[in-house]
Design a protein around this ligand. Structure first.
Ligand code: NAD
Length: 368
């Protein structure tokens, strides 16, 4: 690619991103008014099918009356596998996306993304195609009175053009995108959550001292939104010190709602999940106005599969996500039942004790 071609490509990206920012408002799905709700079930790769088969058992048990009455439909969606995606050179094959769009919400196993090359992450594609702008990740450490909830912007930042950077001989350049509209809606989601859930503090995390334009805008818009929530205090942190704060027992239990751009949110929520007990324990919601997708915080764990330990994948992450899904579609009692059971059950998956993903779930089902 020569400089002229790179400039032409950049112009297209600018035009496309401006168009995206102008078309963000969608009508919100009101689950209280829906006669039936379709939950798309996507297995994913690696340990995905192992943990997803257990999540489906739990959903079938908890939602048995609604499923029998046709009020909730579990719809299995095939074809979002790394083999199929590679064969078709599509991050999300068109026929799979068409099926996905017939659902209201999705429960999705982790999907593998090849390192390098041009294949976009299936998640990035789905977040963009379904406009799932809020990535919401709760983390709790009860013994320290920690209840964090992270609101990560999910459709912009380094990810939206992550596979569309430019490369010239001896130089590579990627792009980071922040828009007013994209920032405003994630900030509103975070502040509104705080207001509705009795939280009085929102912490904004950026690197606005270095990324002056993009993170500078993110911070400024978040503070604009904060003016509508005078009872909620706001503080600003840089991502580097925030990663240290999370491992500082002297202050970490003071954080409540954390609001961040895409990449920082991706990284710091893995750190937070590890502090909670491992990435196998944390659920993640990707919420937009029309659609929502729920998944484990972690990836497809290829090394676990290579070592023949796939049956010992921890299902708690996808089960936490299942509880979030149930809450989202207003099945509040079922969500509470599952959350209580996850808290009550002491024994976790353990290769030394022979407790597999399936036997963990067998025991959990008895508590539901
Ligand atoms: P990973 O999350 O798959 O694994 C990190 C570590 O955590 C590994 O040691 C793994 O064995 C362990 N682990 C993860 N989930 C576990 C579980 N449920 N039980 C027990 N141990 C578990 O991260 P990675 O190795 O960096 O990524 C692997 C692949 O997953 C990559 O292709 C990546 O792009 C993809 N990925 C997908 C998603 C998603 O679909 N949402 C998220 C992150 C990574």
């Amino acid at each position: 690619m020569d400089i002229q071609k790179a400039c032409d490509a950049f112009r297209c990206l600018l035009e496309e991103q401006l168009r995206r920012a102008q078309n963000m408002n969608q009508e919100k799905t009101d689950f209280s008014q829906k006669e039936s709700i379709t939950i798309g079930i996507i297995d994913g790769d690696g340990i995905g099918p192992v943990i997803m088969s257990q999540a489906v058992r739990v959903l079938e048990k908890l939602l048995q009356p609604q499923i029998s009455a046709g009020k909730i439909i579990l719809k299995k969606i095939e074809g979002l596998t790394i083999e199929n995606r590679m064969a078709l050179s599509q991050a999300v094959p068109e026929d799979v996306l068409t099926q996905i769009k017939t659902c209201d919400v999705l429960l999705k196993g982790p999907t593998t993304t090849p390192m390098g090359g041009n294949m976009e992450s299936a998640n990035v594609t789905l977040r963009r195609e379904l406009d799932l702008y809020a990535n919401i990740r709760p983390v709790s450490i009860p013994e320290e009175n920690i209840q964090w909830i992270f609101f990560r912007e999910n459709t912009e930042g380094e990810y939206v053009l992550g596979s569309r950077g430019v490369e010239l001989p001896g130089l590579a350049m990627d792009f980071k995108v922040t828009t007013d509209a994209g920032t405003r809606r994630i900030a509103q989601a975070a502040f509104q959550y705080a207001k509705n859930n009795g939280k009085n503090r929102v912490s904004i995390v950026t690197k606005a001292n270095i990324m002056k334009k993009t993170d500078g805008k993110f911070t400024a818009i978040c503070h604009e939104v904060a003016k509508d929530y005078p009872d909620i205090s706001v503080d600003d942190w840089y991502i580097d010190i925030m990663t240290a704060n999370l491992v500082n027992p002297a202050i970490r239990n003071q954080f409540q709602v954390v609001l961040l751009p895409n990449l920082y949110g991706d990284i710091i929520t893995d750190e937070a999940a590890q502090l909670q007990g491992g990435v196998g324990t944390a659920g993640s919601a990707n919420v937009g106005d029309r659609y929502a997708m729920f998944e484990a915080i972690h990836g497809s764990a290829p090394r676990l599969m290579e070592e023949g330990l796939g049956d010992y994948a921890d299902p708690r992450s996808i089960l936490q996500a299942t509880a979030m899904l149930l809450r989202h579609i207003l099945c509040t009692d079922a969500a509470q039942t599952l959350e209580n059971a996850l808290q009550t059950q002491q024994e976790t998956v353990d290769v030394t004790k022979g407790i597999t993903c399936q036997s963990y779930t067998d025991a959990l089902l008895k508590l539901l």
